[in-house]
Design a protein around this ligand. Sequence first.
Ligand SMILES: [Fe+2]
Ligand SMILES: [Fe+2]
Length: 484
Amino acid sequence: MNVATSIGKVDYDGLIPNNVGLGEDVRVKRALEKWHPGYIDWWKDMGPEGFQESLVYLRTAVSVDPKGWAKFDYVKMPDYKWGILLAPQAEGRTIPFGAHAGEPAWQEVPGEYRAMLRRLIVIQGDTEPASVEQQRHLGKTAPSLYDLRNLFQVNVEEGRHLWAMVYLLQKYFGTDGREEAEALLQRRSGDADSPRMLGAFNEKTPDWLSFFMFTYFTDRDGKMQLEALAQSGFDPLSRTCRFMLTEEAHHMFVGETGVTRVIQRTCEAMKEAGITDPFDIARVRKLGVIDLPTIQKKANLHFSLTLDLFGNEISTNAANAFHAGLKGRYRENRLTDDHKLESSTYPVLRLIDGKIQNEDAPALSALNMRLRDDYVNDANVGVGRWNKVIESFGIPFQIKLPHVAFNRNIGEFSKVKADVDGKQMSEAEWQSHRSDFLPNDADKVFIESLMQPQYETGKFASWIAPPKVGIDNKPGEFEYVKIA
Ligand SMILES: [Fe+2]
Ligand SMILES: [Fe+2]
């Protein structure tokens, strides 16, 4: 094999599949082999509940070539090949932005930014096992084997993303990197004493509609963060994130098509029953499907929780990370400004004299706001596709993303209460209308009543339509999980 074809190849010989030459890097190899048993323990404790002996039709990365990087086969989850995969190094790559723009990209950690870089990696790393923990009970109520397989695919890949960040910590950060890698296995989503680092990753994912909303909205925050880190002047981080993004795309696919199929099934059932009013909730629910207003409430919840992940609109940390060349903007390489932002401004939605209005802020300080704006635009695309489905049935209803001031706990709007249109409300008004906007107890009880497992090959629960095509072009009758 010549060098050119071996670059993307993954070495599967050792315990840890990789394309980073781990075989020759004895120190890091040993460190990761020491970390491995703790990871497997974590997976068994906090990974999917049950199904660990089941054969799951999973894809495993076998190269980092965008074409044909994955291979599908039946695997028991604990035997999944969690590998360390970096996108190929781009020859002559330079730092794309910030104070060092144009200098050669760093192959080693720049000493002056060490702490900042470590923090960025740890925060990203912490979200990966967190979502596995949040989703661990869902297998028990899967609406089909197809969905069960998709859940587990997302889970093993989030596990691999944890490996990706742990590799960077072990390879580039010495003793404190090793301590951080350990701590990533110690924190637990929702734990009172030792929670995960970010709020949305300590919330529950109690049912499958939440799972689809989470993979649509919250994994999309993951995409935005990875896009920003893929621009990093620290080349190993950039290369890691570039490959992670290819996996992340599947997670959002699961979310978008999952919600589409729920909507589709609801609309079909309404049509069959001759129901034209989407707010005739009691009758719609009798059909064993989820009414559209409740789907909207779930979207309101997951969208607003996810917005908090972007942090404060005005942020010195974000400014510093950009200035240092560590974390860029969404698709920085396609932007045509000076990539330094020292004298430009950006409009930030703020609370000024009690009113929600735009105010120009220094662009460097407004990077969280900018990334959030890019996120909202990106999130709206799939919402448009959901609405096309509803429209095709002639049902007068549209899913709408709530205003960014709605239900916020971080940033400008955490100080106020606002409805889904951004109209401010008193605390008392909020309390009396809260359940119009967010799932209330009755909604939760209803959704829970639908969450009955459907493990028969080719069958789907009452509340969700089958997918248009199977995974790996498999037919509808394919046994995606052989339950043991
Ligand atoms: Fe991830
Ligand atoms: Fe993800």
